[in-house]
Design a protein around this ligand. Structure first.
Ligand SMILES: Nc1nc2c(c(=O)[nH]1)N[C@H]1C(S)=C(S)[C@@H](COP(=O)(O)O)O[C@H]1N2
Ligand SMILES: [Mo]
Length: 200
């Protein structure tokens, strides 16, 4: 293998590590607050409700019939691990939101899991190619401990915003705290601003 003159990678990994984070390498830690649900993929669905023109539900099959897309990039957990060059396949949140059509008053969303886990996000953080509902990881079905059959993925924010076993996106005209936010985590959670805890 031939290396370039400079010997420097084009995207140095240090530039990709937010403050206070370390590279977990090949490890993919599992962090789950609740009992891992065993869901039949054929019986799962995603619903967008709340302040939308058209409350919309997609079955597992209907989600797979839509034009899919893949995220390739880094993820960052508030417990300080970051994982580089991950790959997740599924559907862009843009496609689902376009169908449901949030009302002009919409500002935030609550992402909900089948288990009752919740996490809040500004609508702007899940539009324009920034969020997905995913069911593939590295080309394989997403393992159940990582949120399979499907999870939400919003890699620009700390990973607690990426709800595993996602089932519902509720569009709101105000912010409301989800599970970890009520328990002290930041309402927004930008890893580059170290928005870890309330008050950061
Ligand atoms: N439903 C659900 N989603 C969740 C969590 C959880 O406990 N339950 N933990 C969050 C946190 S804190 C992190 S860091 C990531 C962990 O995802 P992983 O277990 O696939 O690494 O999932 C997030 N999504
Ligand atoms: Mo986390």
């Amino acid at each position: 293998m031939t290396r370039g003159f400079s010997g420097r990678p084009r995207h140095p990994r240090n530039d990709r590590l937010p403050p206070g984070q370390y590279d977990t390498g090949r490890d993919f830690p599992v962090l789950t607050a609740e009992v891992t649900p065993r869901l039949d993929p054929e019986k799962t669905s995603v619903t967008i409700d709340g302040l939308v023109e058209l409350v919309s539900t997609w079955s597992w099959k209907e989600l797979h019939d839509l034009p899919g897309s893949t995220f390739n990039g880094d993820i960052h957990c508030v417990t300080t691990w970051s994982k580089f060059d991950t790959s997740f396949g599924g559907i862009s949140a843009d496609i689902l939101l376009a169908a449901a059509s949030p009302l002009p008053s919409a500002t935030h969303v609550m992402i909900r899991s089948t288990t009752g886990y919740t996490t809040n996000l500004p609508l702007a953080d899940i539009t324009d190619g920034k969020a997905w509902v995913v069911w593939d990881h590295e080309g394989h079905p997403l393992p159940v401990e990582h949120g399979g059959p499907m999870r939400f993925l919003v890699p620009n924010l700390y990973f607690w915003k990426s709800a595993k076993w996602v089932s519902r996106i509720t569009v709101m005209d105000h912010d409301e705290q989800g599970f970890w936010e009520r328990n002290g985590y930041h309402d927004h959670g930008d890893p580059w601003k170290e928005e870890r805890y309330q008050g950061d």
